[in-house]
Write a protein that binds this ligand. Sequence first.
Ligand code: GUN
Length: 293
Amino acid sequence: MTATIIDGKQVAADIRAELKAEVASLKAKGIVPGLGVILVGDDPASNSYVTAKERTCEELGIYSDDNRLPAETSQDELMALIGKMNADPKINGILVQLPLPKHMNESEVLFAINPDKDVDGFHPVSVGKMVVGEKAFLSCTPHGVLHLLIRSGVKIDGAHVVIVGRSNIVGKPLANMLIQKSPTGNATVTVCHTRTKDLACHTRQADILVAAAGRPNTITADMVKDGAVVIDVGVNRIEDAGKKSGYRLVGDVDFEAVKEKASLITPVPGGVGPMTITMLMVNTVLSAKRAAG
Ligand code: GUN
């Protein structure tokens, strides 16, 4: 079987077109969604993610308050800026780009964000609400994976989903979203990680296999059941002297071999990646609507 490629760029573009129209109709009612963006330090990958987030705000008509702070910024200064954004009615969502410099305590910083503006879905209140099935901002990458599956017509209800990776950003929240009692949940979920014995024995059981391990070639063709849906969340930089940048991006899946076995598969780049920013925009617009009552 040769897989159909899930075009994340197209799905993201479709959602953005819907959002752009929604932002325009909110504007007509005097509501302008606003996103506060904070980047501390000059990590190149974070820098390019933040630039992409700012550009997407502009494209959709969302106001963005962009703050790029030096790596030496103290945690108190960062907390003060978050406090200001918490109190600013023009800001509906606050995004603190991770990772933060080593001298900062990430959980203290995330805890300082008003949960009503936690469009990243990383605040413990958001995470807790999501786990118990209450309305909350869903974190963007797993929410993006969910939408890719739904918009590709994949049946989640009753499926066995195997997730490789247990991060707070992807594996853990995605597992919780997929087991919710709901038509877009009701999956049976197995979460594998670096201490899992015989990884392939688990991955071969998957109707839907999600790779979020952060390591190239974690998933090879022999680890995939015929006809499985394969979602690759990995973003790994591989040295490539032929590229102007000196690197190319690959996922966690051996794409060329696995696409001959899967029924549907996401590429890297152009799969899950474009969905992450799009879901951030979805959450920001949702927050603006909630704030307006
Ligand atoms: N770093 C890597 N992914 C993310 C994300 O989704 N949000 C934030 N704030 N930082 C990240």
